[in-house]
Design a protein around this ligand. Structure first.
Ligand SMILES: C[S@@+](CC[C@H](N)C(=O)[O-])C[C@H]1O[C@@H](n2cnc3c(N)ncnc32)[C@H](O)[C@@H]1O
Length: 233
């Protein structure tokens, strides 16, 4: 981490960071982010206790991979009505996200340091998310790495199961090959419907989504940006 990130990590971790083991039933501080197991539909799932994490209950949105957090902070600012749980593995990115949150005075975000796919599977309970955001996920450009891409039919089924009926999954990428894979995957998922299907499937930019660093880089390289918005049936 650079000096700015180190300082942000030290200053803000207590306020905004959630570690994966804080969500584990094995953790001594069960109160940290844990819903009472008997209130869950499936007791093997941990659940996100919004009162503990955010101090309030609000429509819960998960963002996978906020990266450096510039867009995350801007989006949380224009969506004050949501509780945003941003899940990221990259520590310098999390620290940088803290500094953006502090700069904009954002209060409705917590950053969970964890593998988002694992959290979606083992923590987030079914029918619980108002929205899922996946903006500019790692494109894994080389053919031999395509299997590492997060958007797969199995992942789409998982997302659909975690969204509330009527809940939205927003995706964007600047990598056309991945975009076409995403469109195919979400279109084949029976639990999801695409309100833009009749117009080719691509969505307009989500109204709350600003241009990100990755997007600017893509546009700079004259790549198109592909947005998708699908809804849990
Ligand atoms: C290309 S960046 C995009 C950042 C941001 N969404 C943006 O648009 O600027 C993708 C981010 O996803 C994170 N990431 C990749 N796989 C992840 C996973 N399984 N769980 C959590 N974060 C992940 C990476 O660490 C990286 O920061």
């Amino acid at each position: 981490m650079n000096d700015v990130q180190k300082r942000a990590w030290e200053a803000y971790s207590e306020r905004w960071l959630v570690e994966r083991d804080q969500l584990s039933p094995a953790h001594p501080g069960r109160a940290a982010g844990l819903a009472a197991p008997d209130s869950l539909p499936d007791s093997s799932l941990i659940g996100i206790d919004q009162m503990t994490l955010f101090g309030r209950v609000a429509p819960l949105v998960v963002e996978i991979g906020p990266g450096m957090g510039d867009a995350t902070a801007a989006m949380a600012l224009v969506r004050p009505e949501i509780n945003l749980l941003a899940i990221e593995v990259y520590k310098p990115g999390i620290a940088q996200t803290f500094s953006h949150l502090a700069r904009l005075g954002v209060t409705n975000v917590r950053v969970l340091r964890a593998d988002a796919a694992e959290v979606m599977r083992n923590v987030v309970i079914p029918d619980s998310l108002a929205e899922l955001w996946l903006f500019f996920p790692d494109p894994w450009r080389k053919r031999k790495h395509h299997k590492r891409r997060i958007v797969t039919p199995e992942f789409a089924d998982l997302v659909a199961s975690r969204l509330q009926p009527g809940g939205s999954w927003y995706l964007a990428t600047d990598w056309e090959h991945y975009a076409r894979q995403m469109l195919k995957v979400v279109s084949s998922c029976e639990a999801l419907s695409n309100p833009h299907a009749a117009a080719g499937g691509w969505a307009p930019r989500a109204p709350f989504r600003p241009e990100t660093r990755f997007e600017k880089r893509g546009l700079g390289a004259e790549r198109a940006i592909f947005d998708l918005h699908v809804v849990r049936r």
